[in-house]
Design a protein around this ligand. Sequence first.
Ligand SMILES: [Zn+2]
Ligand SMILES: [Zn+2]
Length: 171
Amino acid sequence: MTNDQMTEVHYCYRHPTVETNLRCKKCGKYICSKCARRTPTGYICPDCLREQENRFYTGSLGDYPLAVLVALPLSLIAGGLFTFLIGSIGWFSWLIAFFLSPIVAGFIAEAVRWAVRRRRSRYLAHVVAGSLVGGVAPFLVLMLLAGSFYGLIVPGIFLVMGTGTIMARLR
Ligand SMILES: [Zn+2]
Ligand SMILES: [Zn+2]
């Protein structure tokens, strides 16, 4: 390496005034620490990251309505079961709700995953979690209107734990 190369100054390809020695692992372009995205194989530039993500997300736009079509009715059924069946057991129902919520939500997540043929989409988890909220919300409203604050607890547990489970499962 010559002296000239050693002292050569490089600039970020997105910030022409920012000096950097960091290079994208994939395309070799110079990137500043602000632009660099950390991946398991090293730092890459935002362009390469987007390309990588596009290859990762194999789903199509039609997967979103399909996910709602599967998740919403199941969430409605689950919301009804939690509110009226499990919610009527008594104080013990809280324990059952804690135990059953991740299982039922996991089942909904798997049903959606099966329906979209396991294709991955960026917002699939959000859409399914939103469907779960949409399926449980009517029962929460019903309990509120009935003045049964106690009745809010079991579907509430399902709502919180269920959305958490779905966000984790469909990442
Ligand atoms: Zn790159
Ligand atoms: Zn930069």
